[in-house]
Design a protein around this ligand. Structure first.
Ligand code: 5GP
Ligand code: MG
Length: 185
């Protein structure tokens, strides 16, 4: 039997379900104010699938009467590297299905930390001739940035702790949690 990385009852709640829901609603309003409705949403798997699914529905509620809405695609990128060097290499594991050429793109990710993942994703989308690229992240962890990149839309700035839940994992566990938690090991 697989060993769980930590007991579920040792989790601390950092951001509640209700706080997430309220913020996602606000973010959708901000996105609706600034960006066109015919977005190509590029969601980075696996961590952002829960956030993306809530965000697209919040986008609909932010503008229910429009005649055009977003399309959604997914990409999986993986970073390979080791703890002793600060250079992480990012690779595409599963590519986009859709053509982003000429499209306004909104990249959606779970958390912005070093900035490498989002820099890679933005460069990729730009190299495929997207019309514009914006970035939305649920969480931002300051103090670890290795690349100069900022998100256009940020849900929460969080302390320097390893967080799980709402799509974010530890060893592929905890993604199902409806809140953002901290593992107290
Ligand atoms: P970056 O390339 O910005 O350093 O890395 C962002 C990625 O690292 C996120 O997409 C996420 O997969 C992972 N990550 C960074 N911090 C955390 C964290 O606190 N918890 C989890 N579960 N993943 C994290
Ligand atoms: Mg990720």
């Amino acid at each position: 039997m697989t060993q769980l990385p930590a007991p579920y009852d040792s989790l601390g709640v950092l951001i509640t379900t209700q706080e997430i829901a309220q913020r996602v609603t606000k973010m959708a309003e901000e996105i609706h104010q600034k960006l066109p409705p015919d977005l190509m949403i590029v969601s980075l798997l696996r961590g952002s699938f829960v956030f993306t699914s809530d965000l697209i529905r919040a986008l609909h509620l932010a503008s229910p009467s429009k005649t055009s809405g977003p399309q959604v695609d997914f990409i999986t990128v993986s970073s390979y590297g080791n703890q002793t060097t600060s250079s992480g290499t990012i690779q595409v594991v599963r590519d986009l299905t859709e053509d982003v050429e000429g499209r306004p793109v909104l990249i959606v990710d779970d958390i912005l930390e070093s900035g490498r993942t989002l820099t890679f994703a933005r460069e990729l989308v730009l190299s495929r001739k997207a019309k514009s690229v914006h970035i939305a992240v649920l969480l931002e962890k300051p103090g670890h940035r290795k690349v100069d990149i900022n998100a256009d839309f940020v849900g929460f700035v969080i302390p320097d702790k390893f967080v799980v839940g709402y799509g974010l994992d530890y060893a592929n566990y905890y993604r199902e949690l409806p809140f953002i938690g901290v593992v107290n090991l």
